[in-house]
Each structure stands twice: as C-alpha cells, then as structure tokens.
Design a protein around this ligand. Structure first.
Ligand SMILES: [Zn+2]
Length: 211
C-alpha cells in the first residue's frame, strides 16, 4: 500500500505550465501513468485549489473564498476533488489518443461531454470589453466556477484545435501533453531541459556502448 507520506510532496502549486493550453496543463498534474515513477499532484481538494491558483484559472479572491469553504464543507471538498480527477482523466484520455494518432476512447469523450454540460449549465454569458464569455459565480456554483474554464478550454481545443499539434512528450515515463505552437510543428518534449536532455543522454550512452 502506498501511503501519502511516502510520496514526494505534491508540486500542484509550482508545476511548470508548458502545455500552451489550460486543459493540457491540467492533464499534466499527473505524470508517468503506468510507471513506477507515477506522480499525482492533485491529492485532495486543497491541492486542486493550489493548482487552479497557480495556473490562474481562478482569481486570488475566488481561490481564497473556496479554500475557506472546502475546509468547512467536506461534501464540497469531496465533489471538487472527484470532479477534478474525473475531468483530468477525460482530458488526458482524449488528448493522449489524439497525440498518438488514434481514436479517443468513447468513455473519455462521454465523460468530457457530461462534465462540459454540467459546468456550462451553471454559467452565464457576460459581456466583457469586446466579446462575450462564460462566467460563473463562485458562491452559487463553486465546483463549476473552479473547473468550468478548464472544461471549456478542453472542448475548444478538441473541437477547434489542430489535431496534428496536440502531442504527448516523447520522454520515457513522462506522458505530459502540449499544444505545439512552433512554426514548423516539430516540438517533441515537454521541456527540453527535462525529457529532451534525458533522451539525449540515453542516446549518447547507447552510442558509447555500441562503439
Ligand atoms: Zn516529458
């Protein structure tokens, strides 16, 4: 059994945001799925808020209000945590399939549509400076206000994004996703300094062994 205290500390509040897309960055709060190095940074509702605050998916005021609320209401904390994990899993399921050039699983698509419907149902269209946008009242719909922008970003990406630019990092046991905005669409790594260099080292060692 893995006990939380045995795990390296969660980096929900400091993870690199390299996905060039809010939904993909959210999927990247987990890495190394299926490997011994697996890491899940969203371990409870407070960690979900740490990430939302860090990624500016919530305003500091909203985050602060929600933080007080989840420590007082266990049901709200449980709903926020479970919904976040479910949304992350749906985004990852669809994103990773597209990145590998395969068909997204029906279960991930169904889960993403259900969550999108839940969140949008509690939003209202508001006029900003020169466009309308979906806005939530954190007091009336706390979970939807917390996760709604991520669900919107995911649906927008999967309906309007270029599939050839949705990619999974080529690093071993990484699994992070990103939207490749480079001119020639040849980005391969989450971060060159992490997975890119690791792969380069591996190639060097293999070459030396061969020589
Ligand atoms: Zn990587």
């Amino acid at each position: 059994m893995v006990i939380d205290s045995d795990l390296p500390p969660s980096r929900a509040g400091s993870l690199p945001l390299i996905g060039d897309n809010l939904a993909l960055d959210f999927a990247n709060t987990e890495s190394g799925r299926g490997f011994a190095s697996h890491q899940n940074h969203l371990r409870d509702a407070a960690k979900v808020l740490d990430w939302l605050d860090h990624a500016r998916a919530l305003s500091p005021d909203q985050a602060q209000w929600l933080r007080a609320e989840i420590s007082a209401r266990a049901d709200l904390a449980a709903d926020l945590h479970a919904s976040a994990v479910e949304l992350r899993s749906a985004i990852h399921g669809v994103g990773v399939a597209i990145g590998r050039g395969s068909e997204p699983p029906q279960s991930s698509l169904a889960s993403l549509s259900a969550q999108y419907a839940r969140h949008i149902n509690r939003a209202s269209l508001k006029l900003e400076t020169d466009a309308c946008g979906w806005r939530w009242s954190v007091r009336d719909a706390p979970v939807e206000a917390a996760l709604g922008t991520i669900a919107l970003a995911a649906v927008e990406l999967f309906t309007e994004g270029e599939f050839s630019r949705i990619k999974e990092c080529g690093g071993h046991a990484c699994g992070w996703l990103f939207y490749d905005t480079s001119k020639n669409n040849r980005r391969r790594w989450c971060e060159m300094e992490v997975c890119g260099n690791r792969a380069k080292q591996k190639r060097l060692v293999a070459r030396r062994r061969g020589a």
